[in-house]
Design a protein around this ligand. Structure first.
Ligand code: ZN
Ligand code: ZN
Length: 314
């Protein structure tokens, strides 16, 4: 039995050594017992180390601390939100895969097993292995072999859908970085796609789309917060066709295609005046802030007209 006072007299080096042997809860509890020991949880790099030791995860979103990321992984008990195997996809591997992807797209690469299938019906194994391109038919064989070898690399890229998957995260039904996965995983996947695909036309489009979704998600959430805030009454807002808003929602959150031009024509009569008695909050029309409306109108174009708050009562 070690007493707290004995612990407190130890050097920081020794304390950090002890901290590495503790599980997360014990560490946080110990750190809470005294000012001297609180230094244990102040060192964010310690959490980086622990995250890797305990879970094999070595990535996080840039605006997050390692401690927060540790908590995220700690609470991801089913392993559905943060795939540790993405950590093995290093920058070196990425640059190599970018070359392979480019060659595959130029039809210079075939399935390394059956030599039959061509781009885009191929999977790119995100690991430093000789034969890193396989077709759908040969994928299962490849996975069985790698699992028998107890490989720690499970991530592969579907060149057709441009989705990353992991065959070691058996609880995962969806692709990595999808909606529902942790923000850090989404970030890591975006980064991987960005590097692997950036050199190609399709890659550039895809990267642009990823960034557009990300940007619009942030704007959408921001304006929802504004609309829910206390000075809602002083806020300038617009009416937007609820059906279009639904498609937009699916676009930013559900990987659906772009919603196209805003269909505000459905909210006005033939003479241009707003249909009386429109149901707000999602049935006929939705409210958006003026700033968000201006962005959407510019980005998507409008069929019909811009309807500001004053007109809705007319
Ligand atoms: Zn995984
Ligand atoms: Zn094959």
């Amino acid at each position: 039995m070690i007493y707290k006072s004995q612990l407190e007299s130890l050097s920081l080096e020794v304390l950090l050594f002890i901290a590495r042997q503790l599980d997360y809860l014990s560490l946080v509890r110990l750190a809470a017992t005294s000012k001297r020991l609180s230094c244990l949880t102040e060192d964010d790099m310690l959490f980086k180390e622990l995250l890797f030791l305990d879970y094999g995860v070595s990535y996080k979103a840039p605006d997050e601390t390692w401690r927060k990321q540790y908590e995220n992984k700690w609470s991801d008990t089913s392993g559905r939100r943060i795939c540790p195997h993405l950590s093995n996809v290093t920058d070196d591997i990425l640059l190599e895969k970018a070359e392979t992807f480019k060659a595959a797209q130029e039809n210079k690469v075939y399935c390394s097993r059956c030599s039959m299938s061509q781009f885009p019906n191929l999977f790119l194994i995100m690991e430093k292995v000789e034969n890193d391109v396989v077709c759908r038919r040969c994928l299962k064989e490849y996975i069985d072999e790698r699992q028998a070898q107890k490989s720690n690399h499970g991530v592969y890229l579907d060149m057709n859908t441009l989705k990353l998957r992991c065959f070691l995260c058996s609880m995962r039904r969806t692709s990595l970085g999808d909606f529902g996965s942790d923000r850090s995983e989404q970030y890591k996947c975006e980064e991987i796609l960005e590097v692997v695909l950036a050199g190609t036309e399709r890659g550039k489009e895809r990267v642009d789309l990823i960034l557009k979704r990300k940007r619009e998600k942030a704007m959408y959430v921001g304006q929802q917060e504004e609309l829910a805030s206390a000075d809602f009454k002083n806020l300038a807002y617009n009416l937007i066709d609820a059906h279009w808003m639904g498609s937009f929602h699916l676009f930013i959150y559900g990987e659906y295609p772009s919603p196209g031009r805003i269909t505000n024509r459905s909210l006005t009569k033939r003479n241009g005046s707003v249909i009386p008695g429109l149901k707000l909050y999602g049935e006929d029309a939705a409210l958006v802030t003026r700033t968000f409306w201006n962005y959407l109108a510019e980005e998507y174009g409008v069929e019909g007209k811009s309807i500001t708050e004053g007109e809705k009562i007319r």
